[in-house]
Design a protein around this ligand. Structure first.
Ligand code: NA7
Length: 541
């Protein structure tokens, strides 16, 4: 550092969710100076904002947790098979305290702008408090499902009652007792919140555009014995999740396709997974994401289950998904979702055949009929993977903005960097397994990789690192090719950007699997960061 080019921090980290917190911890371990900016008033990211009733992680708690510190994983007591949001937030706060992270996190502060100066090779970062700092590196730990999206529905601003978005839920207790509530959206957030809201509301009207596949969670308290089994086997469980699996979740790996079994055998396997509950339903066979005929067997099984659970045949039919192969939109995990429609105070309204015409001061109008509500819950999702990055005005080489570069869809090398934006990293960015995996596994992998890379550069006196355009083009082509071989692009999902009007339709995450992806990243690092250009800065630092 010289007087001519004052470097305020080695690294600026954007976001204090699970990615930002671990990034800060690792940077400190390297003796690097770092500042984290967080727009919320506390740590936790996703789990700070998504406080809606019933919010819970779909990945089991013993696996949806950091693995970097054995004392932490041995000491923390998860109370249930799937942790509820308040408990995950408590865990995030515990981690912040335990590793003394808060002193380097500035809360209630957004990063508005980041600009790369080609003469000094430094980033200049401007925050919502009007300050500008410089940093050698910027790490975007902004999250993949963090930019809540308000639906563009006529009259929404005229509604007189309270409006809540699941992804931006108030911190005070919301009580729907005695109220008529409308829920718009039946993705994961809708499916988790509907059964809980139905117990409070005098009447609940659910507005469904797309029916979704959902598997029972079979949530239950964890016994000390169950926790101990994980703790005793953590080294192997974590290794397997990281190196062997596709999605970062430890479970048995399927060795056959759905059509390799006869009808009875297949049904028995689906039945067993349905009764076990949770995400592993989809890993009973190895070709459900690849072969439509195989996929149909699983989809039909779930459709039959819905028909068995739901008493009213018309409602059951509406709840049976028929617009996408199972799993190509994020599979949902529920507690009593379908059974909730048997309650006398719950109504399902199909807004696919008749979209919402208008929201009035006190009602939602569909096909000329007004459904009166006192409160509205928007479970309408996020501008996924790129939304939170796009909100920051990021300028790279030649004054090009990241939004300009990504106008036709995100382009990255390994989901970690984008050519033209030196020293700017994204944690679990588009082009990495990210949202197709246990996020904490993918976050730890990226943060470890970035930390090793920064240490490598420092040890060699290198100042800048940038993805090579050819390497990036090859990676983007590979990501697309792997996706095209699956059924995923057949769904209008947020993986495809299809939920945001005008967003380019590109399958954003890398579906090659967590284990193979990690191997690719490790090999590239071992080859001296092949496909990246590393240089010394011209100006003294
Ligand atoms: P999702 O999965 O994006 O679900 C949003 C839901 O809202 C989905 O049913 C949408 O229907 C519906 N939606 C969105 N916009 C509208 C409008 N304008 N009108 C009517 N209905 C609408 O978000 P979630 O928050 O549930 O879950 C996100 C992820 O978080 C989840 O997958 C887990 O990984 C955790 P559509 O399907 O687009 O027809």
């Amino acid at each position: 550092t010289t007087a001519k080019s004052p470097v305020t921090y080695d690294v600026v980290v954007v976001g204090a969710g699970f990615a930002g917190m671990y990034m800060l911890h690792r940077l400190r371990g390297q003796g690097m100076t770092a500042r984290v900016y967080e727009q919320g008033s506390g740590v936790g990211g996703t789990w700070y904002w998504n406080r809606y009733p019933g919010a819970r992680c779909d990945v089991e708690s013993m696996q949806y947790s950091y693995s970097f510190c054995d004392d932490l994983q041995q000491e923390w007591d998860w109370s249930e098979r799937y942790a509820p949001q308040p408990e995950i937030l408590k865990y995030a706060n515990h981690v912040a305290d335990r590793f003394d992270l808060r002193k380097d996190i500035q809360f209630d502060t957004r990063v508005d702008r980041a600009e790369f100066d080609e003469t000094t090779s430094l980033w200049s970062v401007t925050t919502s408090d009007g300050r500008t700092v410089t940093a050698k590196f910027v790490v975007l730990a902004t999250g993949c499902l963090s930019n809540a999206r308000m639906p563009d529905i006529k009259g929404l601003d005229r509604f007189k009652g309270k409006v809540y978005h699941t992804g931006h839920w108030p911190h005070q207790e919301v009580d729907f007792t005695g109220l008529r509530v409308g829920v718009i959206g039946t993705g994961s957030s809708g499916i988790q919140s509907v059964p809980v809201i139905a117990e409070q509301a005098s009447h609940l009207t659910v507005f469904q555009r797309t029916a979704n596949f959902s598997i029972p969670a079979r949530n239950a308290p964890l016994t000390e014995e169950e926790r101990q089994k994980f703790r005793d086997n953590y080294p192997e469980i974590r290794r397997f999740a990281r190196e062997v699996t596709k999605n970062g979740i430890y479970t048995e790996m399927p060795d056959r396709g759905a059509l390799d079994d006869g009808d009875n055998e297949r049904r028995a396997k689906y039945e067993a997974r349905w009764n076990r509950g949770g995400l592993t339903f989809m890993s009973v066979y190895n070709n459900l994401a690849l072969d439509k005929a195989a996929n149909d067997t699983a989809a039909n099984f779930v459709r039959e289950k819905i028909a068995e659970i739901v008493n009213d045949p018309e409602t059951a039919k509406l709840l049976q998904p028929n617009n996408h192969p199972i799993g190509t939109k994020r599979i949902c995990i529920d507690t009593d979702y379908f059974a909730t429609f048997n309650r006398p105070n719950v109504t399902l309204i199909d807004i696919r055949s008749n979209p919402i015409e208008e929201i009035t001061e006190n009602a939602v109008r569909v096909a000329g009929k007004e459904y009166e509500v006192d409160a509205l819950v928007l479970a309408t999702g996020f501008d996924a993977m790129t939304g939170s990055v796009a909100k920051i005005d990021i300028k790279g080489r030649g004054g090009q903005t990241l939004n300009q570069k990504w106008a036709a869809g995100p382009r990255t090398y390994l989901g970690l960097m984008s050519a033209g934006f030196p020293n700017l990293f994204v944690v679990t960015g588009p082009g990495s397994p990210s949202v197709l995996s246990n996020m904490i596994v993918s976050i730890e992998q990226h943060v470890d990789w970035i930390t090793d890379c920064l240490a490598y550069m420092r040890d060699r006196g290198l100042d800048t690192m940038e993805a090579d355009v050819d390497a990036e083009d090859r990676w983007v082509a590979h990501v697309n090719e792997v996706a095209a071989a699956t059924l995923y692009p057949q769904a209008n999902s947020w993986y495809m950007g299809a939920n945001v009007p005008g967003k380019p339709r590109i399958f954003m995450p890398y579906i090659g699997g967590v284990g193979p992806y990690r191997q690719i990243c490790n090999d590239i690092a071992a080859k001296g960061y092949e496909g990246f250009v590393m240089e010394r800065a011209e100006a003294p630092r």
